[in-house]
Ligand binder design. Structure first.
Ligand code: NDP
Length: 496
């Protein structure tokens, strides 16, 4: 039974401008083979937003053929600089419609409009501009080679048709973190968005097409992961899979990609440690621990979901964190004051609540939250939750919960903190809070994580690579490093 919470304002019946809810293939909006559809729902109201075409294997064939044809068509004729200009133009068009995209993201995902409007869509625009700038700077090398050669040089070429498979937690950001570098490097893309949140991907395809992206360069196929995803992974004409999602599906993709030796990059789960030393600015650390787990409803791959606190300040810090958390009440995602929206689905909330139960069974104490919440009797809301009395071996400390649930664990010293933090199959991100600059850098070096934030958490920049160690995946998104994963290098030797 969900506890009822009064919304700060009634759930606004906003009328979003919906994109065509069909498949986007070769620049056309088309029905799925057999006319199949699925419903996408607003997780805050449990109402269906619209029916969306559900692609199958035959649609994957059509989309891959369109993407392959585009590789050799008008897209190839554009110079790298023209590609960059086009990406920049698309970014401008997105910026001009930022409110529309933010509204749609919030309705489809349940995240607060504050996040969609001021973080998600701006970050997607920023990624487009960042990679637009790179388009004409992806260069090869010439080598001072001798012997029978007058010249040796390398070319950086597009990989080919890229299949981008994205999750539901940051739908537009995740899509653009893949689409922008792929297009900047001259590839074409077939994008499969998550079934919970297909709408901004379709709307983006509409916008990009209106801005002049040639047909077939970007194709969008909503549909079941097991079907569309598998068909993309197995398709011989897909050159590369770029995937963000669960570690389990990532492993399936690796296995599937082996048959055709596809390039694969995986951005997978995490169970990121956020480490607070006794000498930290505790006010800042409390805020960082809070944002680290509750931002994005905790449905964040890099969420600081394991809070390690030096034993001598552990109880004080947890108490202060609980006090702060008491003020965080789930609310109407469309209310600009809301900071905790609805989880993406009833299923996801059940999974998260299952972990809270598991934590209790393992001996953890729920010091705040732990209950489902409804607004007007509806919605997949959940109280922000803190579990104390946790040890790093417990399931709640080892598995990705992917919701607003924090576990707190004491540690003795830096060595103990690093040992416990690294005792995880994951290695996506980590936080370190201390005023001792030498210790901060040493711990940052010792942590097995793709990103370390010092006296900060959850900060991203299009210029900084993002990705995981260990089972959090491989390859990097963003930064100049991302370009490595969207190009092939060809060596050319010129004889005398
Ligand atoms: P998935 O990994 O199943 O979904 C991510 C994407 O992969 C979706 O587009 C999904 O499609 C697609 N997909 C699903 N199965 C396959 C397949 N066999 N082959 C190719 N693509 C596939 O995540 P879930 O939505 O099931 O979430 C489960 C858990 O995964 C979460 O609780 C969380 O722990 C983790 N997760 C991690 C994310 C991250 O950012 N690292 C993001 C999302 C989830 P469809 O939506 O149609 O199923």
């Amino acid at each position: 039974m969900a506890t009822e919470v009064k919304a700060a304002s009634a759930l606004t019946a906003a009328a979003p401008k919906l994109p065509p809810a069909r498949l986007f293939i070769g620049g056309e909006w088309v029905e799925a083979e057999g006319g199949r559809t699925f419903a996408t729902e607003n997780p805050a109201t449990e109402e269906v937003i619209c029916a969306v075409a559900s692609a199958g294997a035959a649609d994957v064939d059509r989309a891959v053929a369109a993407a392959k044809a585009a590789l050799a068509g008008d897209w190839k004729k554009l110079s790298a600089r023209e590609r960059g200009r086009l990406l920049w133009k698309i970014a401008d068009a997105l910026e001009a419609r930022i409110d529309e995209f933010a509204l749609l993201e919030t309705l489809d995902n349940g995240k607060p409009i504050f996040e969609s409007r001021y973080v998600d869509v701006p970050a997607a625009i920023d990624a487009l501009r960042y990679f637009a700038g790179w388009a004409d700077k992806v260069t090869g090398e010439t080598l001072p080679i001798g012997g029978p050669f007058v010249l040796a040089y390398t070319l950086r070429e597009p990989v080919g048709v890229i299949a981008a498979i994205t999750p539901w937690n940051f739908p537009l950001i995740q899509a653009l973190w893949k689409i922008a570098p792929a297009l900047a490097c001259g590839n074409t893309v077939v994008h499969k968005p998550a079934s919970y949140t297909p709408l901004t991907a379709l709307k983006f395809a509409e916008l990009a097409s209106e801005a002049g992206l040639p047909p077939g360069v970007l194709n969008v196929l909503p549909g079941r992961g097991s079907e569309v995803g598998n068909a993309l992974v197995e398709h011989p004409e897909v050159a590369k899979i770029t995937f963000t999602g669960s570690t389990e599906v990532g492993k399936d993709i690796m296995r599937g990609a082996a048959a055709t030796v596809k390039r694969v990059t995986l951005e997978l789960g995490g169970k990121s440690p956020n480490i607070v030393f006794a000498d930290a600015d505790l006010d800042a650390a409390v805020k960082g621990a809070y944002n680290g787990i509750f931002y994005g409803k905790g449905e964040v791959c890099a969420a600081g979901s394991r809070l390690f606190v030096e034993a001598k300040v552990h109880d004080e810090l947890v108490e202060r964190l609980v006090e702060r958390t008491k003020k965080l009440v789930p609310g109407d995602p469309l209310d600009p004051r809301t900071r905790l929206g609805a989880l993406v689905s009833g299923k996801q909330r059940e999974t998260v609540l299952g972990y809270v139960e598991e934590g209790r069974r393992e001996g953890a104490r729920v010091v705040h939250g732990g209950e489902a919440v409804a607004i007007g009797g509806k919605g997949y809301f959940l109280q922000p939750t803190i579990l104390d009395g946790v040890t790093n071996e417990m399931k709640v400390a080892q598995e990705e919960i992917f919701g607003p649930v924090l576990v707190t664990i004491p540690f003795e010293d830096a060595k103990d903190a690093v040992r416990q933090a690294n005792a995880s199959i994951y290695g996506l991100a980590a936080g370190v809070w201390t005023r001792d600059i030498g210790k901060a850098h040493q711990v940052a070096r010792d942590l097995q994580a793709g990103t370390v934030w010092i006296n900060q958490y959850n900060w991203y920049d299009s210029g900084m690579p993002f990705g995981g160690y260990k089972q959090s995946g491989f390859g990097r998104e963003l930064g100049s490093q991302a370009l490595e994963y969207y190009t092939e290098t060809k060596s050319v030797f010129v004889g005398k």
